[in-house]
Design a protein around this ligand. Structure first.
Ligand code: FMN
Length: 211
């Protein structure tokens, strides 16, 4: 990965909540793809909750999302825009599930570049936060060989749906974006190995209420 300009320690996230005021049924009913956001920043607490829904721990070994053989190939990158998250600098951060921390690996607001790699999709350039689901296929391949692709993509779907529902429960909007240029994404968020970006998911306060 591209290192930050200067050494940055890992950032501890607030503990995620495991209770809420919206039922699963209400979140499912409210879920919709939202592509137009207000310029309201999100909080670190909200970022923590969203990341936890994608790949957080729910025990010593297991996570919020199922994984074939618990091989956990998914990696989550938070691309934070300028003033996107209160008290967090614009840049790209890797989410580490077990300590529930962020590791900064690239500084600056990359939304314009990300949108450009995604056929100019404006939801990406205007959202305060973009969450990228990427996968290290080797983790699953060593165990499942020719079923690897199928399993990894199923897992990305599980994670994205968790995020959709968590966002809906928090009154936020999100849209799973699969249309982007793979090479362009590698140039922007380069990660070594057999690593692919699968989804870019902008998140923000909807410009119009979705309820
Ligand atoms: C695999 C996949 C790829 C998608 N890619 C995009 C995309 O590139 N851009 C976008 O705006 N929405 C994208 N979507 C969201 C769909 O357009 C959206 O789910 C669909 O229109 C149904 O609307 P709903 O999610 O509000 O129910 C994608 C959804 C899936 C499942």
């Amino acid at each position: 990965m591209t290192p930050m300009d200067s050494y940055t320690p890992e950032i501890r996230l607030p503990a995620p909540r495991t209770t809420g005021i919206t039922s699963v049924e209400e979140a499912i009913a409210a879920r919709r793809s939202v592509r137009v956001f207000s310029d309201q920043p999100l909080t670190l607490e909200v970022l923590s909750q969203l990341l936890w829904s994608l790949q957080g721990m729910t025990g010593k070994r297991f996570r919020t999302v199922p994984s074939a053989g618990a091989t956990y190939p998914l990696q989550i990158i938070a691309a934070v825009g300028t003033f996107g998250i209160t008290n967090l600098a614009a840049g790209c951060y890797l989410y580490l599930s077990e300590p529930h921390t962020l590791r900064a690996f690239k500084s600056g607001d990359l939304r314009t570049q990300l949108a450009k790699a995604s056929l100019g999709q404006q939801a990406i350039s205007t959202a305060p936060l973009n969450l990228v689901i990427a996968a290290d296929y080797e983790r699953t391949r060593s165990r499942y060989r020719n079923r690897t692709e199928r399993y990894v993509h199923m897992e990305a779907g599980h994670a994205a749906q968790n995020l959709y529902l968590q966002a809906a429960a928090l009154g936020l909007g999100t849209a799973a974006i699969g249309a982007f240029d793979d090479t362009g994404m590698k140039d922007i968020l380069s990660v070594p190995g057999d690593f692919r970006h699968l989804y870019i998911i902008p998140v923000g306060v909807p410009a119009k209420t979705i309820f």
